[in-house]
Design a protein around this ligand. Sequence first.
Ligand SMILES: *Cc1c(COP(=O)(O)O)cnc(C)c1O
Length: 219
Amino acid sequence: MIKENILAIHGKLPPEVKLVAVSKFHPVEAIREAYAAGQRVFGENRPQEFAAKVESLSDLDLEWHFLGHLQTNKLKLVLPYADLVESVDSLHLLDAIQEWGKANGKIVRVLLELHIGAEQTKQGFHEEEALDILFNAERYTHVRFCGLMGMASHTDCEDDIRADFARIADFRAYLQDLFPELSDFTELSIGMSGDWPLALDYGATIVRIGTAIFGERQY
Ligand SMILES: *Cc1c(COP(=O)(O)O)cnc(C)c1O
C-alpha cells in the first residue's frame, strides 16, 4: 500500500514540489518500504523518535525534516541530523538554535512556522513577529531562513482552507519582496493529507503527507 500511495501522490505532484513523507508513529520498516518506492525525504515531529530513526536508518541516503514542537533542551537530538527544521515557532527557540549553531559550527536551515489556522492551539508566529525576526536576520549568523511553514484550519470547509493558504502565500511573496537579500527564502511548506491538492494552487514548494502514505497513526 505504501508504495502505491507514494506513486499515486507523485503522479499528481508537479516535479518541483518536494514530498515529505511524515513517518511519525510508524515503524522504520514503513520508512524502508517507502524508500524502496523511491521516497527520500521524511519528516518526524518528536525529537527522541526522530533521533532513533535517523540512527537506525543511517544506511540509507535520506533527507530529514523536523516538523514538531522543539524544546530547547532537545536540540542536540535534532539539529545534528535535520536537513530542515520546518517548525521554528518561537523567538526563544530561534535564539537557542543560533547559539547551538555557533557552538557546533553548523548553519541550521529553518522555516518559520506561521500561525494561520483557526485553532487557538496551533503553534506559530503571527505576521508581525516573523517580520521582526527577518528585519534582524543578520543577527542569526548560524541560521538560514529558507521560508515559511503553516498548517491550515482543521475543517472540511474548502473556502476556509483556501483562505489560510492564500494568506501564507501572500505573506511569503511580501517577505520575498521586502528582503531580496534573503536569497534562500524560497520555501512554502503547506498541505497535508487532507488538503495538499489545494495547497498546490497557492504555490506550495513542500507538502507534508503522513496518513495518505502510511495510513492512520496508532497513538
Ligand atoms: C503529522 C503532521 C503532518 C502530516 O499529517 P497527515 O494529516 O497525516 O498528512 C504534516 N505536518 C505536520 C507539522 C505534522 O505534525
